[in-house]
Design a protein around this ligand. Structure first.
Ligand SMILES: C[S@@+](CC[C@H](N)C(=O)[O-])C[C@H]1O[C@@H](n2cnc3c(N)ncnc32)[C@H](O)[C@@H]1O
Length: 244
């Protein structure tokens, strides 16, 4: 890990493939600097070492291209639910500037950090909003409006499907980033995915470069409109996930 550096980062990106120009690379570095600076006064990430952030946050976030090659298409809309310090939404926006991005998190201090990142990096067509997925998925401004919904490290797949699928337009996709083999969790989520209008379309698993760090992306296609009663009121999807 210690020999992992910017040169290796570029090579690993090429493998995905993700090609960054110099301006985009500078944005990643500035994002890293802001992350460690703000992390001193608020809890944003346990990973702070440069090489580790490149791999475990940036490469990991950008691995979405393995499952969704159409990311490069201009003007796709994407919402990142429970974005925290901006993962995976900010790396995706830097690498694919044509994306129209919404970052959603229930902790306002993280939204303040994200607004600073958006400002300092000069990102456009991106907004950071404060609130819970259960509340934001109700108003028509957000409901069934997105081509893609992503989420990393937020909840089990059943709960997460209730948070995320309502945001996705019919024909769009919800992609859940998972870090372990989750056969049981996925089996328990089958009913929820079905009720909410989704269908598991693909699973892409891989290891982060030169490591034994396993990742799997669950790609769920939105097949039909989510019934109006979902998501249930705030807190309920986590407390009582829809199960078999
Ligand atoms: C473990 S962090 C993961 C952050 C980021 N996605 C990552 O992978 O680094 C989970 C984040 O989800 C947010 N969160 C949890 N439940 C949420 C909900 N119902 N609606 C919106 N955000 C939520 C938390 O505030 C927290 O920032």
């Amino acid at each position: 890990m210690s020999d992992y550096n910017l040169v290796q980062f570029r090579k690993d990106l090429e493998q995905l493939p993700v090609i960054l120009n110099q301006e985009q690379e500078e944005k990643f570095i500035l994002y890293y600097e802001l992350l460690v600076q703000w992390n001193e006064v608020m809890n944003l990430t346990a990973i702070t070492e440069f090489n580790e952030v490149l791999k475990k946050h940036f490469i990991d976030s950008l691995s979405l291209i393995r499952a969704v090659p159409e990311l490069e298409e201009k003007k796709l809309s994407l919402i990142d639910v429970g974005t925290g310090a901006g993962f995976p939404g900010i790396p995706l926006k830097i690498a694919y500037p044509g994306l129209k991005v919404t970052l959603l998190d229930s902790l306002n201090k993280r939204i303040k950090f994200l607004n600073e990142v958006i400002d300092k990096l000069g990102l456009e067509d991106i907004e950071a909003v404060h609130g819970r997925a259960e509340d934001y998925a109700k108003p028509s401004l957000f409901r069934e409006k997105y081509d893609i919904c992503v989420s990393r490290a937020v909840a089990n797949l059943s709960t997460l499907s209730e948070y995320c699928l309502p945001f996705v337009r019919v024909g769009g996709q919800f992609i859940s980033y998972k870090s372990e083999k989750i056969e049981e969790e996925a089996a328990a989520a089958e009913k929820a995915i079905h009720i909410l209008g989704g269908d598991v379309k693909d699973k892409k698993d891989f290891y982060l470069p030169d490591s034994d760090i396993y990742r799997i992306l669950y790609v769920i296609e939105k097949k039909s409109v989510t019934p109006k009663k979902y998501p249930r009121k705030a807190g309920l999807p986590a407390k009582e996930p829809i199960v078999k």
